[in-house]
Every structure is written in structure tokens, then in C-alpha cells.
Ligand binder design. Sequence first.
Ligand SMILES: C[S@@+](CC[C@H](N)C(=O)[O-])C[C@H]1O[C@@H](n2cnc3c(N)ncnc32)[C@H](O)[C@@H]1O
Length: 291
Amino acid sequence: MTGADKISRTEFATIASLMRELSGVTLADGKRAMVAARLGRRVRALRLGGFAEYCSLVTSPEGAAERDELIKALTTNTTRFNREQRQLDHFASEVLPGLVARARSGGRVRLWSAGCSTGEEPYSLTFRVLDQCRDAASLDFKILATDIDQQVLDHARAATYARSALDVIDPDHLARYFEPETPGAMTRKVAQQVRAMVSFGLLNLLQPWPFKGPFDMIMCRNVFIYFDRETQDRLWPRLARMLAEGGILYIGHSETISEAESLGLRANGHGMFRMQNQPGLAPAAQAATMT
Ligand SMILES: C[S@@+](CC[C@H](N)C(=O)[O-])C[C@H]1O[C@@H](n2cnc3c(N)ncnc32)[C@H](O)[C@@H]1O
């Protein structure tokens, strides 16, 4: 054991409290070994004597860059293509046809994947959009995808995935929405026409959001599950306010929204909610812009 492997109870409490303040992510006591392992690498890379020094650094004004590293190391980025197929089917059959009709008649359509990780979620959505609307890129149809972690966003923009991650993708989608296979390559890249539909942006959900919405569909899955109840209760109303009237919110299957009805959200199947009445907003009345 070195100083980089041992984290005291007090040091863990400091890290857990900082992580919660920065990202909303709650680290239960059982995560101590995970924190020691993941941040131990940072302690070594920075050639620090141990976690006491690391805690001083990340809580100091000079520690801004390392605070980003800490978030990167301690968030869970697990994702995959076509996760929660039932929701994607619902989106394709119940939601998308109306949105495509609106876009084709000159209207505005906005979708948001909040907590998009390495991009599999927004690209899975985009495959469905292009299935029904090949010319979506020439219409006012935009997909925003955001995450707190710059590293996963870089991966998402690069759009190159291990071939083993593509087994869950329909062969027709693979053929149409990925670049041709390079013989012997272990990865494959999402095609330009799909990538061009998605705008990726760095966004901490805890902080102010640089857009007004409304969105016709928000997918925020397996993100709130890492937040404590108080953070969740603060953020669900903010997400709900971003939905257009009639807009759909998809959440993870282990997530719940307390008092959804009071936010105007009517449960519409497992992990799916429809916005009933959004005071003062017309559907997709405003653009969602993100640089
Ligand atoms: C487990 S992944 C979920 C990815 C995808 N939504 C899915 O369900 O497959 C959770 C993502 O939420 C992001 N995240 C955690 N805290 C966040 C915050 N405060 N603001 C924005 N994103 C956050 C993480 O960086 C991570 O990429």
C-alpha cells in the first residue's frame, strides 16, 4: 500500500462532499475503495504524497483543472446503443411521426439527450429520426446532447466505437448509419450524415442552462440515479419546464419523479412522461441554441 491507495474516512468525506457540490453525484460509504482506486491514479500522476495533499489541492482556488479530473474519474459513464429499446420504439412510433410532419411543414423540432455520455444514446435517437426523415438535416430539426464530462463528449464527437458495441444495432442501421467497414479494423465510425445532426455541448445540469427550450423530447436516463433526493427534487422541475406542451420525457427504468403530476407530467408508460400543460409556452416556440 502507498499513500495513493489509502484514503481516510475524513478524506473520503471531503471528496464525497466536493463531488456532490460540483456534480450532484452522491458517493455512499461503500464507494470508498472505488474512490481510492480511481483517484489514487491522480495522486500518483500528480506525484502527491497522498490523499491529504490531494484534498488540499481540489479544495483550493488553484485546483479548478483537477476538479474537472475528479468529476471525470468519479462519474459513471456506462451506456450503450439502443439502451431501453421499449422507449426508442415508443419514440419512433408514437412521438416521431408528428414531429416529422411538423418539421416538413416548416416547424421547429428540438430533442435533447441530457447526460449523453459517449454518444450512443443521441446517435440511437438520430438513427430513428433519419429512418423517418432522411432530409432532417435540411429542416429545422435539431438534436442537442450534453454531459458534464468533456472526455466523454470528445469520444461522442469522434463517434468511433468498438465493433463489439455494435452487436445490438440492427444490420440495416449499421449499413446505413456507419461508415463502411475497414477490413481488420476493430472500430467503426458513425456516418457524417448522422454526426451532423447532433450538437454536443458541455453542460453541468446543476448549473444554469444556456438555452430556453422548449424541447419536444428530453431523454435524461441513468443520470439522476446518482443524485441524492434533494438534488433530484430541485432538477426535475427544471427539466419539466424545458418541455414543450405535449413534449415527452424519458427517464431511466430505476428512476422516479416525485410529484410528477404537480409538474404537469403525466406518466405514459414505464419511464415515460408527457407534458400536459406548460404555462406560457407554445410547442417548440423557441430555439435551443448551444455553442
Ligand atoms: C450512466 S451515464 C448515462 C448515459 C445515457 N444517458 C444512458 O442512459 O445510457 C450518466 C452520465 O451522466 C453524466 N452526469 C453526471 N452528473 C452530471 C451532471 N451534474 N450534469 C450533467 N451530466 C452529468 C455523466 O458524466 C455520465 O456520462
